[in-house]
Write a protein that binds this ligand. Structure first.
Ligand SMILES: [Zn+2]
Length: 156
């Protein structure tokens, strides 16, 4: 009589109880739903004020579904609130958005996990369907007009 195969996160538990000759490190599990496989990534969001900014990190590990939900939330918040100081506009916000894109790329490489009793976070709407993300167009367009105006002023 054979027992049914264990879900992937049970393998990590068993490897801790009965280590082989070369014990494997425990597989990361999602901090939101306990699902495995999960990727150890960190998403970040920024709120910028005129002369200051604050960065909030949301460390993983995350499964594919929860990672997508956290990516969408943190990136939308960054697109809406992260542009409102010169330093954030020119340096910090583009870097944070790029880091979030790299993190979601890692998460998207994970396979889909079987359902668990604790459901993963709902991923919500894609970023391009969230109105708050379009607030980012205001400072970006302002920057483009500023650069264009300076270029015309210098040339003429
Ligand atoms: Zn999860």
């Amino acid at each position: 009589m054979t027992s049914p195969p264990l879900p992937p996160h049970h393998y990590a538990v068993n490897s801790q109880i009965h280590p082989g000759p070369m014990p494997l490190p425990p597989a990361p599990v999602c901090r939101c739903c306990g699902q495995s496989p999960a990727a150890t990534v960190t998403f970040r969001t920024q709120t910028a004020y005129l002369f200051a900014f604050s960065i909030r990190s949301v460390p993983g590990p995350f499964c594919r579904t929860c990672g997508l939900a956290v990516f969408r939330k943190t990136t939308t918040d960054t697109l809406a609130k992260g542009w409102w100081s010169a330093f954030s506009l020119l340096a910090v916000n583009p870097i944070l958005i790029a880091q979030n894109l790299l993190a979601i790329r890692t998460v998207n490489r994970l396979p889909h996990s079987p359902p668990l009793p604790h459901p993963p976070l709902p991923p919500g709407k894609p970023i391009h369907r969230r109105p708050a993300a379009y607030i980012a167009l205001i400072p970006v367009l302002w920057l483009l007009f500023f650069i264009t105006g300076m270029t015309i002023h210098i040339v003429t």
